[in-house]
Design a protein around this ligand. Structure first.
Ligand code: PGA
Length: 257
């Protein structure tokens, strides 16, 4: 579980880097850069979602961030081959997990499966980042009500007593992996819609305080704007988190007053 300092800067390494050695060097370099930064950064300045097999190794050397997983299995303990369940990830060194990333949803993850993963992850005390995002935008703004419906459907299947360690990520699928992020105002509009959905489900107090992240083509030159103008509490970063210079530039930029 994580004590989150806002802004919450999360990297998603996906299938990079190719070897554990490169990953270890990256973490050492990153931690050194954080420690010598002229910007005042918190003790734990980043979250990094890495391939599960690297988690214990990177967790044991990382001093300035949290290491987590990119997905969890929704199966319980028992006779299932080739997956990692939340308690295994936690005791292996993960502090958090992502659930419902669009690249996982694409493989056929259903709303029920996502909700179940969130439940198991939160019960295991893994801080859980749950992703939502539209594939495309229509002129009439129907994507907003579809997103709200998705939030309500998914989270109505999760016991709200577990919501304390939940983080919501808004990741427009059309922006992920491309060069065109959402604008800060496009992001702001969706964040309002997501909070509105949460308010109707759990109440306004929770909806106001839950942390929301933006992800999709985040780069050093646009990162801070999402936090200042986009209404989010942090970022979920793919490619730019896989480059130590870009990642530290983003971290620094978000903390500069
Ligand atoms: P990107 O990916 O930053 O490379 O667009 C974001 C994500 O997949 O979470």
């Amino acid at each position: 579980m994580i004590k989150c300092t806002v802004p919450i800067i999360v990297g998603n390494w996906k299938t990079t880097p190719e070897t554990l050695d490169i990953a270890k060097k990256f973490i050492k370099q990153l931690d050194k850069k954080i420690s010598s930064s002229k910007t005042k950064l918190p003790k734990k300045s980043y979250l990094l979602a890495v391939t599960d097999i690297f988690i214990p190794h990177l967790n044991s050397i990382s001093t300035r961030g949290y290491i987590g997983s990119q997905n969890v299995s929704g199966t319980g303990i028992g006779q299932v081959t080739g997956v990692n369940i939340p308690s295994q990830l936690l005791t292996g060194g993960a502090s958090f997990t992502i659930v419902g990333h669009s690249e996982v949803r694409k493989q056929g993850e259903t709303v029920d499966a996502r909700a179940h993963k969130v439940t198991l992850a939160l019960q295991s005390k893994l801080t859980t980042i749950l992703c939502f995002g539209e594939h495309t935008r229509d002129k009439n703004g129907n994507y907003l009500s579809e997103l709200e419906e998705d939030v309500k459907q998914t989270l109505s299947l999760v016991d709200r007593k577990l919501f304390e360690n939940l983080i919501i990520a808004y990741e427009p699928v059309w922006a992920i992996g491309g060069n065109t992020p959402a604008t800060a105002s496009e992001c702001f509009e969706v964040v309002i819609a997501l909070r509105r959905a949460l308010a109707s489900l759990v109440g306004i107090d929770y909806a106001k305080k839950v942390h929301v992240l933006y992800g999709g083509a985040v780069a050093p030159d646009n990162a801070k704007n999402f936090i200042e103008e986009g209404g989010v509490d942090g970022l979920l970063i793919g490619r730019a988190s896989q480059d130590v210079s870009k990642f530290i530039d983003i971290i620094n930029s978000c903390y500069i007053k």
